[in-house]
Each structure stands twice: as C-alpha cells, then as structure tokens.
Design a protein around this ligand. Structure first.
Ligand SMILES: [Zn+2]
Length: 96
C-alpha cells in the first residue's frame, strides 16, 4: 500500500496477477457522504469508498477528471464483514 507524503488516506494497491475482478455497476447518483465509512486517497483520479446501507455494505468507485465526477460505480451489497474483506483486498491490490 503506497502512501505519499501528505496523504491521509490509503491508496489502492498495484494490481497483483491473481487479483479477483469485482462486478461494478454504473449508477447515476453520487454517494451520500453519511454512508461512507472508509475511503481511498483523493490525490488519485479514482476514489473508492466503503459504504454502509441498511445493515449491508458495498464499495463505491468514483472516477474524476480535473475534480469533475466522470462516473460512479458500485459493487453488489454484501454483509459488512464480507465488504470489509473485499475492501482490504482492494487496498492490497488483490481485487479490482
Ligand atoms: Zn494520496
């Protein structure tokens, strides 16, 4: 997990050869920040957020260009523990 000087949040790790591919569904809306539990560093154009909703959790991926949101994708909903495992895998470069 790389961390630049001045960065307060983690970054998504470099891809590993055995990484699992997540299903990302495109959604129109932006995330309600109240649902965000963890997030990756905003120094990169793509920000991932671990979100909670009604006892379940999912990961949201926001792609930006020059600070303007280009697209928002979400994974399926999982139980919180499962979503947390996927979140950790994402940070380690084991999932994408
Ligand atoms: Zn950063």
């Amino acid at each position: 997990m790389k961390v630049y000087l001045g960065c307060l949040a983690p970054h998504v790790g470099p891809p590993r050869p055995d990484q699992m591919c997540l299903v990302w569904r495109e959604v129109a809306r932006e995330q309600d920040p109240l649902r965000v539990i963890e997030y990756t560093c905003e120094c990169e154009d793509t920000v991932h957020e671990l979100c909670r909703e009604a006892g379940l959790a999912y990961i949201c991926r926001i792609t930006r260009l020059d600070g303007v949101v280009q697209s928002v994708h979400e994974t399926y909903r999982w139980r919180f523990k499962e979503a947390q495992d996927v979140w950790i895998a994402l940070l380690k470069g084991e999932a994408r």
